[in-house]
Design a protein around this ligand. Structure first.
Ligand code: FPP
Length: 232
């Protein structure tokens, strides 16, 4: 079977990785950032078209303020440190989620990275930031409702394709594989619409330990799955 075009990852287990080593949670997130670097490099070399990473969920605001600020700091650091290499490797950066609620300087840094890499033609990396699947669907519905109210859209014209064009993931390849690390078997509000026919894979590896071999293992499992998309 052909390999996946688009892989999404719920990067879970940073906290447990740190706890096992008697380190502060931020140390787990820092190693999580290293796993992001490794995974993006490997995904590009393997030839995936798109990787979507759950970096900050719309529910993560419930975490203590210092952990939120650690995560924002790591995101800034990641962009500063990695943008040159990402660009050199032909990565196109995209954002999904309501990321404009982040601090203005971070929003600017994120958007600048997207603009800089927009014409690259290698791997697309979509960072999910302040992302929630239900929120994404609601925002899409609101856009359609506003167009209908303004008289520019006939409600009868709303179909699956049009709805998808209003989602944050518009233009990305269909989601083939969703991986969640660290042993939990939940979607946690990630890509709910897009996961309709995706293969789901829950692995025990903690995110900071994820690497090229773990990605290749996941792709091998995907290769053995039989996908029927409702047919038989
Ligand atoms: C889950 O681990 C992970 C997150 C909430 C954030 C993901 C962030 C990173 C991988 C680092 C920065 C990302 C980028 C793109 C630079 P958890 O804290 O929920 O782990 P636990 O369940 O073991 O406590």
């Amino acid at each position: 079977m052909a390999g996946p075009r688009h892989v999404a990852i719920i990067m879970d287990g940073n906290g447990r990785w740190a706890k096992r080593r008697h380190l502060p949670r931020v140390a787990g997130h820092r190693q999580g950032m290293e796993a992001v670097r490794r995974t993006i490099r490997a995904a590009g070399e393997i030839g995936l078209e798109a990787v979507t990473l759950y970096a900050f969920s719309s529910e993560n605001w419930r975490r203590p303020a210092d952990e939120i600020s650690d995560l924002m700091g790591l995101l800034r650091l990641y962009l500063q440190r990695e943008i040159d290499e990402l660009d050199r490797n032909g990565v196109r950066l995209r954002l999904i989620g309501d990321y404009r609620r982040f601090a203005p300087d971070l929003v600017q840094q994120l958007e600048a990275a997207c603009v800089r890499t927009a014409s690259n033609s290698g791997l697309t990396v979509a960072l999910a930031l302040n992302y929630g699947g239900q929120d994404e669907v609601v925002r899409a519905a609101r856009r359609l409702a506003e167009a209908a109210k303004a008289g520019t859209l006939d409600p009868a014209a709303i179909d699956i394709d049009l709805f998808e064009e209003c989602l944050d993931t518009a233009g990305l390849p269909p989601l083939d594989l969703m991986i969640r690390t660290s042993g939990e078997s939940r979607l946690s509000n990630f890509l709910l619409w897009q996961a309709a026919y995706a293969e789901l894979l829950f692995v025990d590896t903690l995110w900071p330990d994820f690497d090229r071999a773990a990605l290749e293992d996941a792709l091998a499992v995907f290769g053995k799955r039989e996908r029927r998309f409702g047919g038989r």
